[in-house]
Design a protein around this ligand. Structure first.
Ligand code: HEC
Length: 146
């Protein structure tokens, strides 16, 4: 009898301890236990988006006829539209000197392939003749204002 009681007491005691620990969800009996925080999943950094066409003028389907008639038009067209359309050129009205600087800009900044001196002169002739400065301002080609 006495032995049975001791065994009972031991079993009850162990069970009670086990249950206490098992249901100790608040952690009062496990004070120093670490709370497991799963590490944040590593998200592979997206590769930087590199647009290969960045800074490049848009493609165009311009033809020689898109430039106004004039001497050396073809040479100008084929030299100047490898990278951009005629719109960029037509948008400008410049003195011969400024057209000359524009060609320098194309050569130096935009890495236009070098051209022969006489071709450069011919292109300049065409550009200066066809797209001179529009210095009279708005309405200067309005016949009713003459
Ligand atoms: C190797 C490529 C290349 C060639 C060839 C080239 N250009 Fe350009 N050009 C460019 C680029 C690039 C720009 C800048 C376009 C932009 O800003 O969208 C530009 C811009 C221009 C502009 C606009 C400049 C401005 O300030 O808005 C003019 C005008 C121009 N080019 C004229 C010419 C002329 C005239 C020729 C021929 C003599 C020529 N380009 C040949 C690459 C070229």
């Amino acid at each position: 009898m006495t032995r049975l009681n001791v065994i009972h007491a031991a079993v009850i005691g162990l069970t009670a301890t086990f249950l206490l620990l098992a249901f100790d969800r608040g952690g009062a009996l496990h004070r120093d236990q670490h709370v497991y925080v799963p590490p944040a999943p590593k998200v592979a950094a997206a590769p930087p988006v590199v647009d290969p066409d960045k800074g490049k003028p848009p493609p165009h389907n311009d033809t020689v006829e898109d430039l106004p008639e004039g001497k050396n038009r073809d040479l100008t067209f084929y030299t100047c539209t490898a990278c951009h359309g005629v719109a960029l050129i037509k948008a400008q009205g410049l003195t011969r000197d400024l057209w000359d600087s524009t060609i320098d800009l194309m050569l130096e900044k935009h890495r236009m392939p070098p051209i022969k001196a006489e071709e450069r002169t011919e292109i300049l002739d065409y550009l200066a003749e066809t797209f001179p400065p529009r210095r009279k301002g708005r309405g200067s080609d309005n016949p009713f204002l003459k």
